[in-house]
Design a protein around this ligand. Structure first.
Ligand SMILES: [Zn+2]
Length: 52
């Protein structure tokens, strides 16, 4: 599941599998699907992750 978090007037989307946050829901969904399938993170996806 992807969780939406609003902070500083921005919407962040969090992959609940690994906890990384993204600015795009699409990227968060890709992360979630990768995490669920591979039980690990994809560097191609997590490079878009942001610290909140
Ligand atoms: Zn993830």
């Amino acid at each position: 599941m992807v969780k939406q978090l609003n902070k500083n007037n921005k919407a962040y989307f969090i992959c609940e599998e690994c906890g990384f946050a993204y600015l795009g829901r699409k990227t968060a969904n890709e992360c979630k699907q990768w995490c669920r399938t591979h039980h690990s993170c994809s560097l191609e996806i997590t490079k878009y992750a942001i610290k909140i």
